[in-house]
Design a protein around this ligand. Sequence first.
Ligand code: FUL
Length: 641
Amino acid sequence: MKNIVSPFVFLLFFGIACQPEVNAPEPYGALPSERQLRWHEMEMYSLIHYTPTTFQNKEWGYGDADPAIFNPKKFDADQIANAAAAAGFKGLISVAKHHDGFCLWPTATTDYSVAASPWKDGKGDMVKEFMEASHKNSLDFGVYLSAWDRNDTRYGSPEYAEAYREQLTELMTQYGDLFTSWHDGANGGDGYYGGLKEERIIDRTTYYEWEEKTWPIVREHQPMAMIFSDIGPDMRWVGNEKGFAAETSWATFTPEGLDGQKPVPGVVNSDKLPEGTRNGEFWIPAECDVPHRPGWFYHPEQDDQVKSPDELFEIYLKSVGRGANMNLGLAPMPDGVLHPNDVASLEQFGEKIEKTFENNIAKNAIIIASNTRGDSKKFGVQNLLDEDRYSYWATDDDVHQAELEISINSDEYFDLIRLRENIKLGQRIDSIKIENWSDQRWQPLAQATSIGANRLVKLENPIQAKKLKITVYAPVAITLSDFALFKEEQTKQEDNRLNVDEKLRIDAEQIKITNPELYAEGVEAILNNPEQITWVNDKQELQPLVFELQEEKTLRGFSYLPRQDGEKEGIPTHYILEGSMDKNNWEILAEGEFSNIQNNPTLQHIEIASDKEVKYIRFTPKKGSDLIQKYSVTEIIFYKK
Ligand code: FUL
């Protein structure tokens, strides 16, 4: 009997074998490459700004820093990588060269590098140390190489563009497998340029020959490295430095240049970046870069402004939860390690993420679909719960709207709904609607657009639910790979932040604005502005702000906050701050740039070296070298010595 197959088993087997094979849906629109798929899986990584600019307490080095200042006493790449790993990050990017031009590795292309510094007697290689520390902490490694170089005297000439490509080749060939080659869009402008201290304007559409010569270097040596620039080719900038993608954010994108110009890094219609383009020509998802502190570089006066785990979680929801990736900027202190406040915040954030997503409340749910492709198990709803991003439930080709009824076998509360598409088949879903069965009827609970690689829908309050219904809309056969429910973990946050500056703040009551009638209405509010309402001076003439102190004082510094509504108009990039005892004879107390303020319009803190006592203070905003008449102020704070 042993070798005889029963006729029933035979028929069953034969029947299954003869069932027509149900084909997978045809892919839709632009598709991600293999390297983009790996990148989407990473979700979060970090970007380390640490150059002589750190030692100068600036956001953008001018290119004139003496390499002798670059001498960290306790540099520890492992401490930094370890903190990044504790946050749950999957990668670390070293800013190998920022706009100041100083190379963190001993390059053959310029003398302005670690080799000229006292750190490790000029024999160190910081990029290598970051790479080794990354690998030790199971992080992928990547590099940022600023195209703008405010030190190099060749900047603007074809020689510099060649040297830039040589630098890129060195980085692409000497530091193992890289997950990204990161190229920011800020380039061209004033700088030291070997001592000439002038303005160099380049034609961004042609100068770097990105497509013709520069990107091919990355492709040749690092085929899996994602190239970042504001327009791609592999991932795009999200258009702000807050870390937020738009509520609707498509991974597909058609880059648009400015004024009919060809789109190249630095010349792009940035209005389109947060949202992407539905049915865009290419798969170029957004990357949300945001500093952990207000600035990208370390400033001691920002020690109490490190983003809290809850703030980081909000960023996570609005970046990773909108199909983008999160790139958090970490800023080591001059001695070469992260401040304890930063380390604590990263660790608590990592715990919060882990605890929030470890328990999928829907894991034992029973799901009934209104349609399943070819009635085939291969495309069945069990694929929604298996934690595999690429297995999926699908509908027949002619079914473009379908419902999933989900019975939840749990009494646990949830406030996060996660949905994912199998993006190997493109970004197909237009939108979804979620309803909750309560009081004997279906009640609206949430809706979302642009699902893509990962979509997190946050409910205002945690709820319990017995039955949910998801309606999915797409222009083609629907595919969905993942459905899950979570509850945001409430972490107890230790407040170990410092608060040095506030004690030195000059009370708003002790300052008055002289001749307020010279300015647009509401100017007084800028001195004490708990509601953070922006004041815009729209008077026709340039009108510097003049303040009078109740008593003469020596100033330690001032802080300036520009408009916070996302508009760039009226945000000064430079300033002059003057002091006087009599309102006639003015002396400059500080003068310079608000580095990177257009992209990252946070509170700017400027230190004042002068020991002069002043009774009057005059603030003159400038844009580049021009004075501006229409300018915004949300807040101005003065600090005494
Ligand atoms: C920007 C730069 O100008 C900032 O300094 C910073 O490096 C940020 C990540 O990219 O474009």
